[in-house]
Design a protein around this ligand. Sequence first.
Ligand SMILES: Cc1cc2nc3c(=O)[nH]c(=O)nc-3n(C[C@H](O)[C@H](O)[C@H](O)COP(=O)(O)O)c2cc1C
Length: 198
Amino acid sequence: MTHTVLNIQASARHDGSVTRQLSEKVLASIGADTTITRDLSEGLPLLNAAWIDANFTPSDDRTDAHRETLALSDGLVDEISRADTLVIGSPVYNFSVAAVLKAWIDQICRIGVTFKYTPDGPVGLLTGKRAIIVVASGGTPVGSDIDYATDFLRHIMGFIGITDVSIIAADALGNDAEAKIAAVQNEIENLTFEEADQ
Ligand SMILES: Cc1cc2nc3c(=O)[nH]c(=O)nc-3n(C[C@H](O)[C@H](O)[C@H](O)COP(=O)(O)O)c2cc1C
């Protein structure tokens, strides 16, 4: 089986970014035949009225203008659809995800495309994929009551059908950063490419 990875990076920083550095290690450990890179530090548009109108217009009724409005979103969804594994670098900004990562999430949560509603509730449509999320924070412990990033990301992945989610946490780096990063690097070295367990 060939392995396609979608590498999504949300840190505004390049130099000195812990999530980017650790994500590179993840990529080296899991390997890939094809890597698609989506660097969110270049920014993404926020949803607006035109986008919402286009998205909620049934696809057969969409005008050329609707299609043009959704073109970026379609492209981002296509990147996920092509990937077997998503690697997401997510710094904690103000106790949550970077705004640009939320903007990406808003672009890829598409009714009828990445999820659908059924009488039993929402069902994600992008099944058979795995997500590895690399989180870094300065003081917020991952998994604590003030971490509004990781549960949210895990939930969003499940919402679009990706339930095989690993969180790699380099958290609370304000103390003992070197030791913590070294421990996470060891964890990453033990990662291998695995098909999603769903
Ligand atoms: C705008 C901004 C907001 C931040 N907010 C938090 C926060 O709420 N909690 C926290 O623990 N660290 C916070 N930090 C620290 C970052 O999470 C930490 O520096 C992390 O390493 C950033 O990821 P990066 O190294 O990949 O850029 C913040 C940093 C920035 C630049």
